[in-house]
Design a protein around this ligand. Structure first.
Ligand code: FMN
Length: 189
């Protein structure tokens, strides 16, 4: 193997290790420092989200971004029963589903989930905290997002992510569970 090929392989292994570390140490963060979230950070989060896989490469997502204090405070009441999380957040990104962009009908929520997980992992890599706040399927929260952001009826608010520098530290958790794995065929006992 040529030296450049070996170096490329070593770099790939190193990058892979970094990815695993990010996945294994990410936690949901619900308390944030006052440090602002920068436009550069938001851009990277959106790039990562939009680089997600999607059925038929349909990319049926769209995003509403806010760093506005009044809007973030309004979200606290609109989707989080007045909890402090959004009052502390320095930014928030709402992932929405535009069903008219789905390449395969009904796959949109899975597509948006891929974007959402990319966003969460890259936030963690950037030293930001976030948490997936379920919106789709929770009518009062859907209505809250429509009210705060003016999301039109044909667009479905999917999930909301408050963002900020973490003001809490949560330990990595080992969740691997052998009992959930079936090899070759389903185990009944
Ligand atoms: C689809 C989905 C919906 C979630 N909805 C909420 C929510 O509405 N509010 C909230 O505080 N956390 C929500 N979470 C975060 C989970 O509570 C959290 O991921 C879980 O407890 C595991 O903790 P961890 O993210 O720190 O690993 C949601 C997570 C997912 C994947």
């Amino acid at each position: 193997m040529r030296l450049t090929a070996i170096l490329n392989l070593l770099k790939r292994i190193n990058d892979t290790v970094e990815t695993i570390k990010t996945i294994m140490t990410r936690r949901s963060i619900r308390a944030f420092e006052k440090t602002p979230v920068t436009e550069a950070q938001i851009k990277i989060l959106l790039e990562a989200a939009m680089n997600a896989p999607s059925a038929g490469d349909g990319r049926p997502w769209c995003f509403v971004v806010t760093t506005d204090r009044a809007k973030l405070d309004a979200l606290a009441d609109a989707v989080d029963e007045g909890n402090a999380m959004f009052k502390q957040a320095q930014a928030a990104i709402l992932i929405c589903l535009d069903e008219s962009l789905e390449k395969f009908k009904g796959f949109g929520p899975q597509d948006c989930s891929c974007a959402a997980q990319n966003l969460q992992l890259v936030a963690h890599d950037l030293g930001l905290g976030t948490v997936w706040i379920a919106i789709i399927g929770v009518p009062p929260r859907v209505a809250g997002c429509r009210k705060v952001f003016g999301v039109p009826e044909h667009i479905k608010p999917f999930a909301l992510f408050p963002l900020g520098v973490p003001a809490e530290t949560l330990p990595a958790e080992a969740r691997y569970d052998e009992a959930r794995i079936h090899r070759e065929s389903w185990r009944t006992e």
